[in-house]
Design a protein around this ligand. Structure first.
Ligand code: ZN
Length: 244
């Protein structure tokens, strides 16, 4: 029985491309994509969840030169008139400039004197540093709440601590709102030993995202969990979760 299980039938090994999309778009496991590629068209990897997987996922921060992938770094794009904007979904055309999803690298990249964007694009650039610095955490927050809303509409997101505790084994992670009380936080952690916990926006923001009253404890389903986690990591990285 076990000897035959390592080689599943071809039909099981090759699900339709549409079903593979969700997995392929997560891209946070660090697994190298197969070197055998069926097509070389650019943009082939664009997926519905909003992350783009390019042929070569390795990117470098224009500030500190640390390596990353499209799902861990921030992408900035330059419009034809030279304006630099944050490309939250990694979708805007043209060359991108990549920056670590940290407050430090974001700040340095948007310092006019740094000149990182001009070098990266090899062209004149214009941007409003203060606006960009405010906009990036805001857009990342929206990406997080959009994903929560999508999961809720798909019927897979669980709301409230009792429901989450009861169905813990089905979940990839438990999300806790940043402003959840210490008592509640402690209680959930006690009742869900070994669970993976994710930082979420405020109870009001999570509630608004899922069309409900404020909610502090959310059960994250497996499907889409990695994309959500990647979005949360970028939002937390730029300091988005630090707001009271
Ligand atoms: Zn950096």
């Amino acid at each position: 029985m076990s000897s035959s299980s390592s080689v599943p039938p071809a039909a099981l090994r090759s699900p339709p491309a549409t079903e593979r999309g969700a997995d392929a778009s997560m891209g946070v496991k660090g697994a190298k994509p197969s070197t055998k590629r069926r097509g070389k068209k650019k943009g082939k990897g664009r997926k519905a969840l909003g992350l783009t997987i390019d042929d070569d996922p390795a990117r470098m921060c224009i500030v500190c030169r640390a390596a990353g992938t499209p799902s861990t770094l921030l992408r900035f794009a330059r419009s034809p008139d030279g304006a630099v904007g944050f490309d939250v979904n990694n979708r805007l055309p043209g060359r991108g400039a990549w920056v670590c999803a940290t407050a430090v690298c974001l700040h340095k990249a948007t310092e006019p004197k740094h000149g990182g964007f001009a070098r990266a694009f090899d062209a004149a650039v214009t941007f409003d540093a203060a606006a960009l610095r405010a906009e990036v955490p805001q857009m990342l927050l929206s990406q997080v709440t959009d994903r929560l809303g999508l999961m809720r509409r798909q019927g897979s997101l669980l709301l409230g601590r009792d429901e989450v505790i009861r169905r813990l084994v089905e979940l990839a992670a438990v999300g806790l709102a940043t402003d959840l009380s210490d008592n509640s936080r402690h209680e959930v952690r006690e009742r869900a030993p070994g669970a993976v916990f994710l930082v979420l926006p405020t109870m009001a923001e999570v509630g608004a995202a899922v069309g409900e009253r404020p909610v502090g404890v959310v059960g994250i389903p497996r499907r889409g969990a990695e994309a959500l986690q990647a979005a949360i990591a970028r939002w937390v990285g730029v300091g988005g979760a630090a707001a009271p």
